[in-house]
Design a protein around this ligand. Structure first.
Ligand SMILES: *Cc1c(COP(=O)(O)O)cnc(C)c1O
Length: 482
């Protein structure tokens, strides 16, 4: 692949510096000065535009392709939210700006956004208070587990375990472990939910919390969820809601009303802020009333005179869990998204997300094995078991989809489904797109029977066919060496 450095032609320039808007420094000590000139590529503006546009077209994105990556909720991100995030009053705000400068005139708007967003997320989840500080879902989980620990420490409880079903996202046991707990894994029953009897048997006075995703990662809502919560509470264990799948129930069911005590949300999933490529994300955490005193600082508060402030002085807080106040631009976009859709829009989004997933499930049932054959929520999980009889794996099906112009679904997750294909269409896709996807999956299923090798030879349309993903991970090399 050609690099921008290789396009360099001595003397070629595409540079126009803006007028300096700060006083230029005069006496910079010699030790801070660079010797010689920086070794930068010499290219024209057009060279740069073509280079990066070409690179961007080698990739898949939600703006170019259907992206049914299960569990990740890759919905369309309305451009309206970018307009809001671009407003100079937000985008040029420095996080170290003193709160009271010019009577707080510069920061009040941003603090109001944080405050209002926290109130909206509390309302949507049925929680008492929310922190917007965590930077991702996994960070929210860790924050939640630290809150669990703070709760039990406060009560003098000796607790050691977190119960987690085996369908959970890998970050759940990881977060519990980092917070100092051991995990107890509960198997999934034949209906696709946590085995209730095994849960009852494993629950004891040393269990600190139960960590659940509902609907879970096979897209099924657990109808025993209230009983699960009340049994936990009888043992003074808290119940944690992994909100990555909130898109299925938004405006329909609130985790707080079911009996959950702590909730994290993935704003970059449910609330449509862009994600992929590792960030930025946002994983706000909501808690029931008696846990609010443990939330991280600073807290955004509204004073009696109607102004907003960041408060550090909460002695029982678990402390700071991030620099500054979370990923503000992501929070701002999520706030804009919620206001854009409004109550009815959010409910409709959820309904369509569920309808779309069931439409795909019904369309593909004949061609792919469906381990849990029941109405699903926002995503459906197939297995490539039938195709495997011909030697075609879930990975091969994913690669074949790329040639047909679709981003692959999540594969090999959840771990409880062999050769899993986890499809989450989201609400923003039209029936035409869903039909084209179903047709493509059908063709791949048929080709797997008639000419399995042809499926295994895909993709043929990408710059690199099948990279060695293990080697790429272990020997990551991002440096250009002339
Ligand atoms: C995405 C996801 C997480 C982790 O969230 P991140 O924002 O990626 O850290 C946790 N649980 C489930 C079910 C998820 O889908």
């Amino acid at each position: 692949m050609e690099l921008i450095f290789e396009r360099s032609v001595k003397g070629r320039k595409g540079l126009r510096l803006p007028k300096c808007d700060v006083p230029s420094a005069k006496d910079i000590p010699a030790r801070y000065k660079r010797k010689g000139i920086a070794d930068l590529p010499e290219v024209s503006e057009l060279d740069v535009v073509r280079h990066f546009t070409r690179l961007s077209r080698m990739n898949f994105s939600i703006d170019t392709h259907f992206y049914p990556l299960g569990s990740c909720t890759m919905k369309y991100n309305p451009k309206f939210m970018e307009d809001i995030a671009k407003l100079p009053g937000f985008s040029q705000l420095h996080p170290l700006l003193p709160q009271l400068l010019l009577g707080g005139m510069l920061t009040q708007g941003a603090l109001e956004v944080l405050y209002n967003l926290e109130r909206l997320l509390a309302e949507l989840t049925g929680m008492h208070e929310v922190t917007t500080e965590p930077m991702a879902g996994a960070h929210g989980e860790l924050t939640g587990m630290m809150l669990v620990a703070a709760y039990h420490r406060d009560r003098g409880n000796q607790k050691r375990y977190i119960i987690i079903p085996d369908s959970s996202h890998g970050t759940n046991p990881a977060s519990a472990t980092i917070a100092g707990y051991q995990t107890i894994s509960i198997p999934t029953d034949k209906n696709g939910v946590m085995d209730f009897n095994q849960y009852k048997n494993k629950l004891n006075s040393e269990v600190a919390a139960v960590m659940l995703t509902c609907p879970n990662t096979v897209g099924i809502f657990n109808s025993q969820i209230r009983q699960i919560c009340s049994l936990a509470h009888q043992n003074d264990a808290l119940v944690y809601y992994d909100g990555a799948n909130l898109n299925a129930i938004l405006g329909k069911v609130r985790p707080g009303d079911i009996g959950f005590d702590i909730v994290h949300l993935n704003l970059h999933k449910t609330f449509a802020t862009p994600h992929g490529g590792g960030g930025p994300g946002s994983g706000p955490v909501g808690v029931r009333k008696d846990l609010a005193r443990f939330l991280p600082v600073p807290k955004v508060v509204k004073r009696s005179d109607g102004t907003y402030a960041l408060e550090e002085n909460w002695p029982e807080s678990i402390g700071r869990i991030a620099s500054f106040y979370g990923n503000f631009d992501v929070l701002l976009k999520a706030y804009a998204y919620i206001l854009l859709l409004g109550k009815d829009g959010l409910i409709e989004a959820s309904e369509k997300a569920v309808l779309n997933a069931n439409y795909i499930m019904a369309g593909l049932k004949k061609y792919y094995h469906l381990p849990y054959d029941r109405i699903c929520m926002h995503e459906c999980v197939f297995s490539a078991a039938k195709q495997l009889e011909k030697g075609v794996h879930a990975l091969d099906i994913a690669k074949a989809l790329i040639d047909k112009g679709f981003h692959p679904p999540t594969i090999y997750f959840p771990l409880i489904v062999k050769e899993a294909l986890m499809i989450e269409p989201t609400e923003t896709e039209s029936k035409d797109t869903l039909d084209r996807f179903i047709e493509a999956m059908k063709e791949i299923a048929e080709l797997s029977q008639t000419n399995p090798q042809a499926v295994k030879d895909t993709p043929l349309t990408t710059p690199v066919s099948r990279p060695d993903e293990t080697k790429a991970g272990r020997e990551l090399n991002l440096r250009w060496n002339p």
